[in-house]
Design a binder for this molecule. Structure first.
Ligand code: HEM
Length: 223
């Protein structure tokens, strides 16, 4: 049945070469931990990607209950956490995953740095990586405010304060982030929009470029 369906589609759109290209791609020996245990350092990029997928999926489910306004945000998170079936586990995955993904990304960056993989011809992908790094930190910063409890509020107040100390444009950054003169309704609304629309869209685009470049250039090494 499934085979028939596959053949039907394949006859019309020729899908076999698409997945064959990925499935038949051989992983070089020097990045395969089954050959050299120390090659596990090459897994951090893939692990970062894996946690990122978990973040996107769990985040999509969180938006089913989360209400992004200052009257309801805290209660909606509390309801999700205590009443909704599996709500606690989905929120827990997103909460802890947010830290794990930063750690994995950092380890991946260290691997790329210490194997010298940022050198020619991979300079561009390093630059793309630095952009991804910034987007990930932005996701962490904007997501932290969303539960709208004391910790979220005052941590964000400190964060915006730090950003406002940038020479010359600090005031502009502060107004942009807070959405006005005070940390309030406008801030929560734009942090939500940035957290669930702007930065994830940027992240998907950048990760796409990151992976296309890796496939075109091949993995670096062996040392
Ligand atoms: C969401 C974050 C990221 C994901 C999912 C990701 C994923 C990956 C993957 C799967 C690889 C293949 C090799 C490996 O796994 O080590 C890779 C390679 C690479 N990454 Fe990332 N990466 C991320 C962030 C970064 C950052 C922050 C940097 C640097 C600032 C970076 C720079 C590079 C470079 C230069 C390569 C090519 C390395 C080589 O050919 O040896 N990446 N990335």
């Amino acid at each position: 049945m499934l085979q028939k369906l596959y053949d039907w589609v394949d006859e019309r759109v020729d899908i076999t070469p698409m997945w064959r290209d990925l499935a038949d791609h051989e992983v070089p020996e020097h990045v395969n931990p089954a050959h050299h245990f120390s090659a596990f350092i090459y897994c951090f990029g893939g692990l970062t990607f894996f946690i990122t997928v978990i973040q996107i999926l769990s985040g999509m489910f969180l938006t089913m209950y989360y209400v992004p306004d200052i009257v309801n945000a805290y209660e909606s998170v509390k309801y999700l956490q205590n009443e909704v079936a599996y709500g606690q586990i989905v929120r827990g995955m997103h909460h802890w995953g947010a830290s794990v993904v930063i750690v994995m990304m950092f380890l991946h960056t260290l691997r790329v740095f210490f194997t010298g993989s940022y050198k020619k011809p991979r300079e561009l992908n390093w630059v793309v990586g630095v952009m991804i790094f910034g987007v990930m930190l932005g996701l962490g910063f904007t997501g932290y405010l969303l539960p709208w409890d004391m910790k979220a509020y005052f941590a964000t107040a400190v964060g915006i304060e730090i950003a406002s100390s940038v020479p010359l444009i600090g005031g502009m950054i502060e107004t942009f982030l807070a959405g006005g003169d005070v940390l309030g309704a406008q801030t929560l609304a734009r942090f939500f929009a940035i957290h669930v629309f702007f930065l994830p869209a940027a992240l998907l685009a950048l990760m796409g470029i990151h992976f296309i470049l890796i496939r075109r250039q091949g993995i670096s090494g062996p040392l």
